[in-house]
Design a protein around this ligand. Structure first.
Ligand code: ATP
Length: 441
């Protein structure tokens, strides 16, 4: 581990690249950021959408046992009583009696305030849900919560999905969406924020088959990260011990990534048993059992939940892809993102700003952008433009030169190998298509 750790990229490099090239900005930066909130810029939104799209494709699109939903963030507050969040979703917190800063025990060393050295209060429980009011009255009857996980929007739709989609066990419901947690301490860039996105699957199974399905999802989810280029040696599985398990879970394992601050959770995969459906049955009065047509049994399904963070995945993919390579006397920074995740799939670069080169280059740009997110750049030397594209992870640069006007060919440069192929303009799409998908995807 020590060796891997030293191989790894410093967080500062990613923060700085993100800022410089428009991946991630601080929220409401011009006013002073509120802390724990981030905005994805023009490049970041593309990367993030590609991560979500890759998840959706593997978890919903390519499976006939999974369907999707997009539930609302605000729900009936009874949901959070049933789920245990109103009473149990809290972290211990200590207040500094001098500067009033709040700390989570375990996030700092020593017994005094890490900021000012002041005396700390005894730890007390702090509920992490954001509260607001629904409707015109600000009274206790109108309190609602911003959801702290997307999962409950799936459980409350269990019956709707079952009845409308005629699904048989085992089957799953997937969802991608925002979640909110009033984390006591945020940090490590987009790793822990107060507003973030989750990609969650609730996979309903017959009790007794749950352990096999848990093992299946652990393996499937780990493979997903690797299939998108994440290095195997930067990923590991960590089982929760009995004391750590959430009250509803029979077993839970985290997929951890070797972040700059050490191994940390990327995704949690829990066996939640029948806890949620039973609780919602009890609190809502609606029977959420499943009727098995073959065996004529009626029972509450167990559920396996792979729950991944979009932002943590984005961060891990960026860290994993970040490379600095010697190039002549300089350092070449390359974001070796899997082509499926790369914000731009190709950049179209006319060798010079002169006509009719730019017209031809723009024609190619217009034709390719119908198929993929591509970019066009005519400013500065070709070397600098290659560097700019390397840094944001564009897998292919297509250079249009003066010969292109006559031979109707362009030069395609590969980001990782820097090799160049001369190909006919009307074959660009056919050339890029298999390369952007990459084997096995
Ligand atoms: P942690 O222990 O790191 O706070 P958790 O165990 O509370 O995480 P879960 O409730 O299992 O997290 O949520 C599932 C996933 O949602 C996590 O694996 C993570 O990727 C993401 N996630 C949870 N909290 C945050 C947060 N504050 N900021 C960004 N992503 C988060």
């Amino acid at each position: 581990m020590a060796e891997n750790q030293s191989n790894h990229v410093e967080m500062e490099k990613i923060v700085s690249l993100s800022r410089r090239r428009g991946f991630v900005f601080q929220s409401s930066e011009i006013y002073g950021p509120p802390g724990g909130c981030w905005d994805y810029g023009p490049l970041g939104v593309l990367l993030k959408n590609n991560v979500k799209q890759a998840w959706w494709q593997s978890m919903v699109q390519e499976r006939d046992d999974v369907v999707g939903v997009d539930a609302s963030i605000l729900m009936n507050p009874k949901v959070w009583e049933a789920s245990g969040h109103v009473t149990g979703f809290s972290d211990p917190m200590q207040d500094c009696m001098v500067c009033k800063m709040r700390w989570r025990p375990g996030d700092f060393e020593g017994t005094v305030c890490p900021a000012c050295g002041g005396k700390l209060t005894e730890p007390r429980q702090f509920n992490l849900m954001f509260k607001t009011f629904m409707g015109p009255l600000e009274d206790t009857a109108s309190v609602v919560y911003l959801r702290p996980e997307t999962a409950q929007g799936i459980f409350t739709n269990f019956d709707n999905v079952l009845n409308t989609q005629r699904k048989k066990l085992p089957f799953g419901i997937g969802q991608i969406g925002k979640s909110f947690r009033n984390e006591i301490t945020t940090g490590n860039f987009i790793f822990r924020s107060r507003e973030f996105e989750q990609m969650e699957l609730e996979y309903f199974v017959k009790p007794g088959t749950d352990e096999d399905w848990h093992a299946h999802w652990l393996k499937t989810r780990l493979e997903w990260y690797v299939s998108l280029g994440m290095k195997k040696e930067h990923l590991q599985m960590r089982d929760h011990c009995k004391e750590e398990l959430a009250h509803y879970a029979k077993a839970c394992a985290d997929i951890q990534y070797l972040f700059p601050m050490g191994w940390s959770e990327l995704e949690g995969i829990a066996n939640r048993q029948d806890f949620d459906l039973k609780q919602h049955s009890k609190f809502s009065g609606k029977n959420l059992e499943y009727f098995d047509e073959e065996t004529k049994e009626r029972f509450t399904p167990y559920v396996i939940e792979p729950s991944a963070g979009v932002d943590r995945s984005v961060l891990a993919f960026m860290l994993d892809a970040y490379t600095e390579e010697p190039d002549k006397d300089e350092i070449r920074t390359v974001l070796k993102l899997h082509p499926r995740l790369a914000p731009y799939k190709a950049a179209i670069l006319p060798l010079s700003k002169k006509e009719p080169l730019t017209t031809l280059a723009k024609e190619i740009y217009a034709s390719l952008r119908k198929a993929w997110m591509v970019t066009y750049d005519e400013a500065q030397s070709i070397g600098r433009r290659y560097r700019r594209q390397d840094e944001i992870g564009t897998p292919y640069c297509i250079t249009v030169d003066f010969d292109s006007l006559n031979d109707k060919m362009v030069t395609v440069r590969d980001r990782d190998t820097m090799t160049q192929d001369r190909i006919p303009i009307d074959e660009i799409k056919a050339y890029l298509f298999p390369r952007l998908k990459r084997e096995g995807m």
